[in-house]
Design a protein around this ligand. Structure first.
Ligand code: GTP
Ligand code: MG
Length: 136
């Protein structure tokens, strides 16, 4: 099976949606949470995580937003969980996200879209090393 790295962003924590989002992940048959931690992110950690977006117009505001409060980091394990969590999250822009998806149900603006989920197997491995370096 696969593993993916999920972040519940500061807006999810502020709005009291940790339980709601984790509940949706837990209720999905066959998925298991294999690591979980609440933490504030350093500039260095965020640069590693979102380095692909450096230089884009939304990069600096994104960095500020991601440091506006604690996040919850999780590793979720299961069959095709990378694709599955991207579907559960919905598209980046909450307005374009279908009702039923996390961003579609709770998202407001594109920057404050509640959740991150790795977009490929390669990203998942890279991101899990950033947030859970001790994980086997
Ligand atoms: P992540 O799971 O957070 O990586 O989101 P994503 O994979 O759906 O989107 P992407 O990696 O392209 O962008 C990372 C994050 O930057 C998004 O989740 C948004 O918070 C923000 N972002 C992306 N595109 C835009 C944009 O056009 N405008 C603004 N304001 N923010 C953006
Ligand atoms: Mg992304």
């Amino acid at each position: 099976s696969q593993r993916t790295l999920v972040l519940l962003k500061p807006d999810a924590v502020r709005r009291g949606l940790i339980g709601e989002i984790i509940g949706r992940i837990e209720r999905k048959a066959g998925w298991t949470i294999s690591a979980l931690e609440m933490r504030e992110l350093s500039q260095e950690t965020l640069e590693q995580h979102y380095g692909e977006h450096k230089g884009k117009p939304f990069y600096e505001p994104l960095m500020g937003f991601m440091q506006s409060g604690p996040v919850v980091a999780l590793v979720v394990e299961g069959e095709r969980v990378i694709e599955g969590l991207r579907t559960l999250a919905g598209p980046t822009d909450p307005i374009a996200a279908a009702p039923g998806s996390i961003r579609g149900d709770y998202g407001t603006i594109v920057r404050e879209n509640l959740i991150h989920a790795s977009d490929s197997e390669e990203s998942a491995i890279r991101e899990m090393k950033i947030f859970f370096p001790g994980l086997a």
